[in-house]
Design a protein around this ligand. Structure first.
Ligand SMILES: [Zn+2]
Length: 200
């Protein structure tokens, strides 16, 4: 592969006060070249920026490719606003497309823990169906940010845990999740958002 980690100056408006600043934002991250960036992404610190004008904190995002040959991850990161029209933005083949930095963190964390991301999304749907997480909505989608001995941890809608025992139990009954598996596992957009967002 002749790709290298790359960044480019990009003007990005603050969503809170509208102040536009130009930032050096990554367009390509090659993990073998910059393992420290993978670590920043896993810790949720990558391109996390505080607006000097109003103090609002945002992730600086421009379309970015994330390659981790060791984990077999080839992810296209796009701004959240592009989620509904994701097909139009997938101009180069990627194994995964994600919207927003938290979604990238989730893929990186789950891949490092050898968890199949289609089953991760199904496990979240299972939580909602069991009423553990209140109503199912796009904004309340949990994002896994840590996997440890107990299970999969998310901060949203409020901090919660999918225990490994439950995660394994779900996978033992694939017949119960046939429709979801088909809907979520057929292309690079592996996110419960595609079930929740009209048109996605
Ligand atoms: Zn601001």
């Amino acid at each position: 592969m002749d790709l290298h980690s790359t960044h480019a100056p990009t003007p990005i408006p603050c969503p809170s006060c509208g102040d536009v600043q130009t930032h050096d934002v990554a367009t390509v991250v090659i993990v073998s070249e910059n393992p420290e960036l993978q670590d920043e992404i896993r810790r949720g610190r990558f391109q996390l920026h505080q607006c000097p004008n109003c103090g609002h904190t945002i992730y600086l995002i421009t379309p970015m490719r994330y390659f981790d040959a060791e984990q077999g991850l080839d992810v296209l990161l796009l701004p959240e606003a592009m989620e509904v029209s994701w097909r139009a933005h997938l101009d180069t083949p990627a194994t995964r497309v994600v919207f927003g930095m938290e979604a990238l963190t989730e893929k990186v964390v789950c891949s490092a823990a050898d968890l199949d991301d289609v089953w991760v999304e199904i496990a979240k749907i299972d939580c909602f169906r069991r009423g553990v997480l209140g109503n199912l909505s796009v904004d309340r989608r949990p994002r896994i940010h840590k996997v440890d001995k107990e299970g999969l941890h998310a901060r949203r809608p409020s901090p919660f845990l999918i225990r490994h025992t439950r995660f394994e139990e779900i996978q033992q009954h694939p017949e119960a999740w046939e429709a979801e598996f088909k809907a979520l596992g057929s292309d690079p957009y592996v996110d419960m958002g595609r079930i929740l967002l009209p048109g996605a």
